[in-house]
Write a protein that binds this ligand. Structure first.
Ligand code: HEC
Length: 172
């Protein structure tokens, strides 16, 4: 565990280096960037992305229960603000997955990661304007990005999704 003192020393060195560095081009700024990618893709999925997505999916559409159709959309300003914040987590998760050290390739992986951010931005906009249809569409788009990437990189995950979905509909 590095002590705070070590950390401060490090910060001093970094800031001295930053001051004395010759005019840095954008390229050198990028190559010196350090990202903490300790969390695996699996952990980002399970701990960051899935909880945020579940909140979105549980907040859009309708469910049929004993008392009839129940609307799932938020009903208060706070409720919409909360789902908008979860959508922001999804936007940024797209970036997290694209980080060097985490991205699996520089090809389809990047397209799916960007798709995640786009779906999240759609959901944020819909939540801000409380547009239920757009919110629902954003949730559907999000789901298609998840399954497309899993299909390409880890098809077993989709089978697990199906099982979970079946279990949920059985429970209803
Ligand atoms: C850019 C590709 C990509 C996207 C987009 C993506 N995933 Fe994943 N996901 C993966 C990969 C790869 C794994 C397998 C990770 C492993 O087991 O090492 C995975 C695994 C998972 C897992 C299993 C985690 C575990 O504990 O085993 C869950 C749950 C999951 N993803 C949820 C989601 C959800 C929900 C979305 C959409 C909102 C999503 N993923 C979008 C690539 C992606």
């Amino acid at each position: 565990m590095p002590s705070l003192k070590h950390l401060l020393t490090l910060l001093t060195i970094v800031s001295i280096a930053a001051c004395s560095a010759p005019e840095s081009s954008e390229e050198s700024a990028q190559s010196s960037a350090v990202f903490n990618t300790t969390l695996s893709v699996k952990e980002v999925m399970a701990l960051v992305l899935e909880p945020a997505s579940d909140t979105l999916w549980d907040s859009g559409g309708w469910v049929l229960d004993a008392s009839g159709y129940e609307e799932l959309y938020p009903t208060t300003d706070e409720g919409w603000a909360f789902v908008r914040a979860q959508a922001a987590v999804i936007v940024e998760t797209g970036n997290m997955l694209a980080l060097p050290g985490r991205a699996v390739d520089n090809d389809a992986w990047m397209i799916y990661s960007e798709g995640l951010s786009e779906a999240g931005l759609n959901a944020m906009a819909a939540a801000a304007s409380r547009n239920k249809d757009d919110f629902f569409q954003a949730g559907a788009k999000l789901y298609s990005v998840c399954t497309a990437c899993h299909q390409a990189y880890n098809p077993d995950i989709n089978n697990r999704f199906d099982i979970e979905a079946d279990a949920e509909s059985d429970a209803d």
